[in-house]
Design a binder for this molecule. Structure first.
Ligand code: ZN
Length: 174
């Protein structure tokens, strides 16, 4: 597929492509955040992020299932997790490895909120009632994720969240 004619795909296909991109991105980012928390020896929060990666992967499979033949390949859907401080995508290679659990949770919260808003806007505006209903389901799930993150931010002690354990600091030799 090339030439990039926007009219070449309908809004249903575009919705599924975008929804899929959101969930693929979320699953990948949670997996990376879990790795980051492992670096901090914060196994509890690493486990939370791994669970979230699994949940978003389940969303991904559900979208593929629902999209069926509607999901064409080659639709240039793209989404990147962004930083609360700015609209630009986060290059995870550039994320400082000393990101604290709190920073990681706030990052997750920001992007869960963003996903929820996307699905809410589709639910409100889609002309296809099936898309509207499915988007509403997805929005409900993503809203729930936002509230989970809020709970984790409350549940974990402040020192646990703000500590950036660095058991093996790198040596800057030059
Ligand atoms: Zn989510």
């Amino acid at each position: 597929m090339n030439g990039g004619k926007p009219a070449a795909f309908d809004s249903v296909a575009a919705f599924f492509a975008q929804a899929l991109a959101i969930e693929v991105e979320a699953a990948e980012r949670y997996t990376l955040l879990a790795d980051q928390m492992e670096v901090h020896n914060n196994k509890e929060i690493a486990a939370i992020f791994l669970k979230m990666a699994a949940i978003e992967s389940e969303h991904r499979r559900e979208i593929v299932r629902r999209a069926g033949d509607t999901l064409p390949t080659g639709i240039p859907a793209d989404v990147s997790w962004t930083n609360p401080d700015g609209p630009e995508a986060i290059a995870f290679e550039d994320v400082h490895y000393l990101m604290t659990p709190r920073q990681a949770l706030l990052l997750a919260r920001f992007n869960e909120e963003r996903a929820a808003r996307y699905f809410e806007s589709i639910a409100a505006s889609a002309t296809d009632p099936r898309i509207s209903a499915f988007a509403a389901e997805m929005a409900t799930d993503e809203r729930l994720h936002v509230s989970w993150v809020d709970q984790w931010l409350e549940t974990f002690a402040a020192d646990e969240l703000d500590r950036a354990d660095d058991p093996d600091p790198p040596v800057y030799s030059e």
